[in-house]
Design a protein. Sequence first.
Length: 408
Amino acid sequence: MPRFLVIFPFVLTLALTLRAADWPQYLGPTRDGQSAETGLTWDWPKDGPPVAWTLAVGQGWAGPVVAGDQLVLFHRVGDDEVVACLDPATGKEKWKTTYRARYRDDFGFDEGPRATPLVAGDRVFTLGANGDLSALALATGKQLWARNLLADYGAGKGFFGVACSPLLAGGKLLVNVGGKGAGVVAFDPATGKEEWKATDDAAGYSSPTAAEVGGKPLAVFLTRDGLVALEPGTGKVRYTHPWRPQIRESVNAATPLVWNGDIFLTVSYGAGAVLLRPKGDAVEEVWATDKALSCQYNTPVRVGDFLYGAHGRVDARAVDLRCVEWKTGAVKWTRPKFGAVSLIAVDGGGLGLTEAGDLVRFDASPDGYKERARATILGSPTRATPALANGRLFARDGSKLVCVSLKK
């Protein structure tokens, strides 16, 4: 069958089934932590917003995702990686699919999956900690295809396992695999067949985003080595820019942010942040500094002309919340010792889930930090990114998943 007959119906299904209130992938519908929801309540009772339900879960740093009346959870239970579909309203299980987990952590950390699932059309795509890439039917959990990327491409598992959340762009399923000649690989989402591969870039812990850059649709990666922006349909590399710490014992983890054609990258370990602007066939640095917003794991969010994010290293116990001007890198304010935090820009402000398990609402204003509400909803450490869909926040730590109602 000609390839376009496979891809076109799949892409059409995706376009018809995505809803504005869904949170179908890592960092939400547009992969930048932006939520379009309004009318939520920030006037919480003393003991916090109502918890609709809780569910015991296994290990993992993979965040939940939501598409319509289906909530997808990816975690590790015993020796299995498990993909489960739940009812968002009740937490009741609809189906689950399991396979043997082969990942073993060398540092004594959580051994669950790191990559948040992707729901696209009638399929769920997952990437396990040991490189197991799978496609499942969203309605039933039936496995449609699977392959192991570490075995197929000779890539390493890194310090903490495979963590790239797959991206669907240009009709291709894209992953920073990290193999020689296969730094980035595109797969046919219908069959799992390789479509193209490009670069020698090693895999980091960052997940890619799709955006228009320089007038063209591109897939934008922060690999272990730096920026790689490619045409998703062909794999043609449009822009690169080295951006990584000098020390080996480091990670690149935050997802790139693209706005008005500029690309923002941030890492920690002395490298810091950089704003890049396409110019011809290259990018130029608008500003670059380790003194503004150096994010070790969490991706910052943009509200208006300003970025809000976690500056500093979690392992050094020195993480501040900061507001930074996008166009200059100027620090507008710092909230010391705030801690690592997953952020969502929603309803004109910021919503954060800290590593300590606190849910925090704060004003997104360059005039200073003003906290509106705070409640402890999970335990520590809480590292998976939450999902916000239809007035409900879905969040998990290392042992439970909670559904918190933010509806008025």
